[in-house]
Design a protein around this ligand. Structure first.
Ligand SMILES: *Cc1c(COP(=O)(O)O)cnc(C)c1O
Length: 360
């Protein structure tokens, strides 16, 4: 069966080359007569894979030695709770910007642990806009400032790192990590579930300044402390070895394809083309303020929602998979991560134009 163009929001498309490599190595990895899933995480060959993946990620993102890079489990959602436990202490306030579904979920988990100050909430615009920086009420001595770099559901991306003075910035980059170059030194912590732009579900990447975790999380069980995982090379317990291996193949694929600079240029060109198609027609619409439009997740609605089902049926038949919008937003959503090629955008835009011509 032929591969389709996959616009899934997550778990999402992976580079075909990566899948082909994994397939070729599946039953006999590195001449071992076993798959990578069937060996100890502490074995020499697996430790080499793990270390190479970390080295490649550090190189791609320009991560300095004063940051720990952790390969964890539990998804971004578990980080929503672990961050306040590890990066703040009882009685401290943490700041949170609310820009949509994921930052709301982070807020709820954070509130279970700490006093969370909402610096601003985009609810007034139904999360199609981000409140201006001058309207934020920041806490001067907050333990950290947390925001979601890209709201995967609403398609709202914050393209500049917010300036919050000396307070460490913590960012949920689940759906934007590796999509373009970023300056890691501006952040106290970056984290991402792997299943959008890195690899399979089950792996979560944490990049955190070592001084922030040095004596954080005192009193927590070891397994919940970043410092324990950092000391153990993310192997306090058995890590998700297969997901880690696939992530390593993806990092290598990005390196061979020009790194984050090339990814960023291609991703911007892909997004520009799709937004131009949406904006150039009265048949389609995207509600997000242009300055905050996501490069990765592009929701769009049909002027006549009664045509949604037909659009989804016909697009799927045309080999354009997983365009249904999130249930909370409706309409369509095209997630166009690194592994989604320009050809997919061209095919989608042609389909949209043809669908408008026959149904408009
Ligand atoms: C998908 C996603 C999450 C949740 O990830 P899980 O791995 O399911 O916990 C959190 N934040 C953002 C921005 C996401 O896109």
């Amino acid at each position: 069966m032929a591969r389709v163009f996959n616009f899934s929001a997550g778990p999402a498309a992976l580079p075909l080359e990566v899948l082909e490599t994994a397939k070729a190595e599946l039953t006999d990895w590195q001449g071992s007569g076993m798959s990578v899933m069937e060996v100890s995480h502490r074995s020499k060959p697996f430790v080499a894979v793990a270390e190479q993946a970390e080295a490649d990620l550090r190189e791609l993102m320009g991560i300095a030695d004063d940051y720990a890079v952790l390969f964890l489990q539990g998804g971004a959602t578990q980080q929503f709770a672990l961050i306040p436990m590890n990066l703040s202490t009882e009685g401290q306030t943490v700041d949170q910007l609310v820009t949509g579904s994921w930052s709301k979920k982070a807020l709820k988990q954070g509130q279970a642990v700490r006093n969370v100050n909402v610096v601003a909430d985009g609810g007034e615009s139904n999360y199609t806009d981000v409140p201006g920086r001058d309207s934020w009420s920041l806490t001067a001595d907050a333990a950290y400032f947390h925001y979601c770099g890209n709201e995967t559901i609403g398609g709202v991306e914050i393209h500049e790192v917010p300036d919050v003075g000396n307070v460490p910035v913590v960012c949920d980059m689940s759906s934007t990590i590796l999509s373009r170059p970023i300056d890691v030194s501006r952040f106290g912590m970056i984290y991402a579930g792997a299943q959008k732009n890195i690899g399979p579900a089950g792996l979560t990447i944490v990049i955190v300044r070592k001084d922030l975790i040095a004596d954080g999380g005192a009193g927590l069980p070891d397994i919940l402390r970043y410092s324990t995982q950092a000391d153990a090379g993310s192997m306090s317990n058995t890590p998700p070895t297969f997901a880690w291996y696939i992530a390593g193949l993806v990092f290598d694929w990005i390196k061979r394809n020009g790194g984050l600079q090339a990814m960023g240029e291609l991703n911007k060109a892909k997004a520009d083309k799709l937004y131009a198609a949406v904006d150039g027609s009265d048949f389609y619409a995207n509600p997000v303020t242009p300055a905050y439009r996501s490069w990765m997740n592009i929701p769009f609605t049909l002027a006549n929602p009664e045509l949604d089902a037909l659009f989804l049926e016909q697009s799927a038949a045309a080999g354009l998979a997983n365009l249904k919008g999130h249930r909370s937003v409706g309409g369509m959503r095209a997630s166009i991560y690194n592994a989604v090629p320009m050809d997919a955008i061209d095919a989608l835009v042609s389909f949209m134009q043809e669908f408008e011509r026959t149904n408009g």
